[in-house]
Design a protein around this ligand. Structure first.
Ligand code: GLN
Length: 467
């Protein structure tokens, strides 16, 4: 724990950590030592991890990278935090991210952007940029993250590490600061598929404190042990010679359109060839509404965000404007001062699409599209292929500031990740090579492996063999 704290201090240039508290960390480390000595250590005893700053934590401050929650300390731990601590993991602190998890580059943090460890000129991706950068820089073995529209998979891809967004409802959202509740899902970022199993297995499981938490995953209970058992079973069944023999990998033609950068396309093609060498069979599939996932998501996510963020009113908690005329003025000023520009933009879009007269035209249409997008995946996954494979991001990491003034170009970068959240499906992102960089010439590319509901164990098994 001491050396990890020193390493974090030595890499302050990355701006990956928002809150570090050596006393809290060392207390957890001592508890892990004691458990080891007493022979009752959890599976993660002493493993250094850190949490995205949207998970509430007793002790460490929680800000969601917003001025609105500056200095806030939660009276309780999120379920994910609690479960990792129970397994013995030692938290090194709280990780930077986009404000309220809104963004794709980590430039929307009120506490400054995170830098990509591969290249300080590049963004780390977002919104879990601190999580991906901390793992990529070797500061922690794993980190928690959240994925509403790609925020686990895309920063993992851009930082050359691995991440999994589990099936909606398998990991508890209790204590996770809400963005788009019907889309939000927590998951780990780590270096390898095996490490993702170690971190996901203990956090996945039913939680009665989350109303959308699932009690069952298909035929099986949603409980610790499920992901690991399915991962182990897949690995055990894989032959040594061609371990992916007969696995049908669907390659959606819409993921390889003109928007895909050639360097990323090359790395993905090489990954597909490697999967075929391992025995997988390539199947051409179609996800015809891929492009429509962008407008659908950027209506639904802001709509839910505008509702979720109404709680930050300067009354109950969070920032309160120092001067005001009356109650309405106090709320308006508190919100104007506390929320950054991207968060305000989302609230405005969200309240607009939910307004009388616009609801049918935007929100309802987006919900209908959402259903059709989910059906497209079902058509592919329940007949044509076993998993779907493609890029995570259309480009490698771009330069800090490059898209900062153009929100729409930032939204377009989410094209391959949003549809899974709309459908609730699981997806893994693993490193598969490098594209052309502008400074050091090495910017990582991520491969996305998408499965049917509750397929986490098998997806990680495939990722593990590929790695
Ligand atoms: N980039 C997307 C957004 O800004 C997704 C963010 C996320 O997954 N939290 O909404």
């Amino acid at each position: 724990a001491q050396s990890a704290l020193a390493a974090i201090d030595a890499r302050r240039d990355l701006n990956a950590f928002l809150h570090v508290d050596p006393e809290l960390t060392l207390a957890q480390a001592r508890a892990a030592d004691a458990a080891l000595a007493a022979g009752r250590a959890g599976a993660l005893a002493g493993v250094p991890i850190a949490h995205k700053d949207v998970f509430v934590t007793r002790g460490w401050r929680t800000t969601a990278a917003s001025r609105m929650l500056e200095g806030y300390v939660s009276p309780f731990d999120a379920t994910v935090v609690e479960r990792l601590a129970a397994a013995g993991a030692v938290s090194l602190g709280k990780l930077n991210c986009d404000e309220f998890a809104m963004g794709s580059s980590n430039e929307n943090s009120a506490y400054g952007p995170v830098r990509n460890p591969w290249d300080p000129a590049a963004v780390p991706g977002g919104s879990s940029g601190g999580s991906a950068a901390a793992v990529a820089a070797g500061l922690v073995a794993g980190a928690t993250a959240t994925d509403t529209g790609g925020s686990i998979r895309q920063p993992a891809a851009l930082c050359g590490v691995s991440g999994i967004k589990p099936t909606y409802g398998t990991v508890s959202r209790y204590g996770m600061i809400a963005y788009g509740s019907s889309l939000d899902q927590a998951g780990p970022i780590a270096r390898s598929a095996q490490d993702l199993v170690e971190l996901l297995d203990p956090i996945a499981g039913f939680d009665e404190r989350d109303a959308t938490s699932l009690e069952r995953c298909g035929g099986r209970p949603n409980a610790a042990g499920r992901v690991r058992a399915e991962f182990d079973a897949f690995r055990a069944a894989a032959g040594a010679d061609r371990p992916l023999q007969g696995l049908r990998i669907g390659v959606p033609r819409e993921f390889f359109g003109p928007g895909l950068a050639t360097d990323v396309a090359h790395a993905i093609d090489a990954a597909l060839a490697k999967l075929e060498e391992l025995g997988a069979v390539r199947v051409d599939v179609s996800l015809p509404r891929t492009e429509l996932s962008i407008p659908a998501y950027y209506v639904i996510a802001p709509a839910e965000a505008s509702s979720n963020l109404s709680r930050y009113d300067g009354v109950r908690y969070g920032h309160r404007a120092p001067e005001y005329r009356d109650l309405a003025d106090m709320m308006a000023r508190s919100r104007a001062e506390g929320f950054g520009p991207e968060v305000q933009r989302r609230i405005l879009v969200g309240t607009y699409v939910l307004s009388h007269g616009y609801y049918d035209a935007y929100y309802l249409q987006a919900q209908k599209l959402r259903r059709l997008i989910a059906e497209d995946f079902q058509k592919a996954l329940r007949g044509q292929c076993d998993v779907i494979v493609g890029p995570v991001s259309p480009t490698v990491a771009w330069n800090l500031g490059e898209k900062a003034d153009d929100p729409v170009s930032m939204y377009l970068a989410d094209i391959y990740t949003l549809s899974l959240n709309l459908a609730g499906l699981p997806g893994v992102s693993i490193p598969c090579g490098f594209g052309a960089g502008e400074v050091n010439g090495r910017r990582p590319v991520g491969l996305q492996i998408i499965g049917d509901y509750f397929d986490e164990g098998r997806l990680l098994g495939i990722a593990d063999i590929f790695q």
